[in-house]
Design a protein around this ligand. Structure first.
Ligand SMILES: *Cc1c(COP(=O)(O)O)cnc(C)c1O
Length: 240
């Protein structure tokens, strides 16, 4: 039987071999694994934690808060990676170490204002939409620099980098070219003097392509936990 612990070791091995084989990356640049635990039980998260995983990502606030209570004996670093409604910003600012999905000024300002003084600044990534499709979440590439400029002035936020969710594709070269566009946005910000160290790209089906293009955090759910199922009535049916 394949356990979460086995799958964790397999994924870490693939991450390492992809880094070593990569022509673009320097071997010293590491890649962190963010375990995406939306729609997974607290028990599954505990199992991954006991196998050595400490960073977990959640998309839905109430589901995440419930799990945080059930797992408060573990030293988990919680990352919020889902779409953010403005009435959720206070609880997100109070209960997470990182937010990957900041995509507009109003949300950044509200997170900054609500970040408790006794906690470290909230570590944030700007979610960028490189396809510039209005239907997709993420800031458009032409508004990215203005948002980054505003965020670095906010004392309770620490801008770490960019996050993106490109169109799913089964074609490796297509995956590469979509991630390359994100990396080019990241490199442009670095060239403008922004001190960034995080490129949050790559999920279960495309993380090797993302690592080749410079990912520093891959966000992996189903490859680690198995397919998301909705048998547990505590999980909202709209979770995908
Ligand atoms: C669900 C989700 C993931 C993980 O997706 P998998 O394909 O299961 O690895 C990563 N990032 C975000 C923002 C997600 O919503």
């Amino acid at each position: 039987m394949t356990t979460i612990g086995n799958r964790l070791q397999d994924i870490l091995a693939i991450i390492h071999s992809t880094i070593s084989a990569s022509q673009y990356r320097s071997a010293s640049q590491s890649v962190q694994l963010l375990a995406v635990s939306k729609a997974q039980t607290s028990q599954a998260i505990r199992e991954a934690y006991l196998a050595g995983q400490t960073m977990f990502g959640e998309n839905y606030l109430q589901e995440a808060l419930d799990k945080q209570v059930q797992l408060n004996d573990l030293a988990i670093e919680w990352h919020f990676i889902g779409p953010i409604q403005s009435n959720k910003t206070q609880l997100i600012a109070q209960n997470f170490a990182w937010v990957h999905s900041v995509d507009r000024l109003k949300i950044a300002q509200r997170l900054n204002d609500a970040r408790p003084a006794n906690l470290a600044p909230l570590q944030v990534c700007i979610q960028v939409n490189t396809s510039n499709e209005a239907s997709k979440s993420g800031v458009s590439t032409n508004e990215l620099e203005a948002l980054a400029t505003a965020i670095v002035k906010m004392p309770r936020l620490k801008l770490r980098g960019l996050m993106a969710i490109p169109e799913p594709s089964k074609d490796y070269n297509q995956q590469r070219s979509q991630f390359k566009q994100v990396r080019e946005c990241y490199d442009a910000l670095l060239a403008q003097g922004f001190a960034l160290d995080t490129l949050s790209i790559g999920m279960s089906d495309d993380y090797q392509a993302a690592i080749e293009e410079g990912s520093t955090i891959v966000r992996i759910g189903s490859a680690l936990f198995g397919a998301r199922t909705y048998g547990n009535k505590t999980l909202a049916p709209e979770l995908t």
